[in-house]
Write a protein that binds this ligand. Sequence first.
Ligand code: NYM
Length: 212
Amino acid sequence: MACKRGALIVLEGVDRAGKTTQCNKLVQSLQQSGRAVEMMRFPDRTTIIGQLINAYLEKKSDLEDHTVHLLFSANRWELVPLIKKKLEQGTTLVVDRYAFSGVAFTSAKPGFSLDWCKKPDVGLPKPDLVMFLQLSPAEAALRGQFGEERYETSAFQRAVQQKFEHLMKDLSVNWQVIDASQSVEDVHKQIAYHSLNAINTAQNLPLGELWK
Ligand code: NYM
């Protein structure tokens, strides 16, 4: 029989919730326990599509809103062959943002329905676990100023948070909400616990298709 597949684990949340710190810690702890694990992040700014997105986020270029939404999605699709290959080889992937950020950020713009925003990502590899790092706008404000990138204002982040809340009502996705106001170590313990469960469950299940 082929080797057991790895799990697709996603961390989501509004900006400054601690996703990147927690992804790094999770990868490190899984590696230390001898598991095959790698980190990915979206947008992946290293590809040609990713470079277009990067210039847009850094406000070095302007892109029409539908167009940039489709570029974010294309940036995930271009990595699907690699994602599938790694998972099949038994490597667990810890992913910093995925299609949920894609939908939450674009649908927070005027004139975009959640339904339209989901369409381009329908059929992507379905995460075995999506952990949402929950942080109130007030707590996020205590973590310092926003950066200079597009979308980094508290009004927009509040709208994004509401869109994430809609997405989390979808029980076809394995959501776990994590209180990100706790200490880095306490947040990590919960993330590690849910991740180990997901890794154990996923190894005997086929990879699903998102929103299908
Ligand atoms: N973002 C991220 C989107 O608007 N759509 C997407 O599909 C994804 C994956 O890009 N503000 C937004 C959310 C963030 C920014 O920031 C990427 P970072 O710091 O690289 O996670």
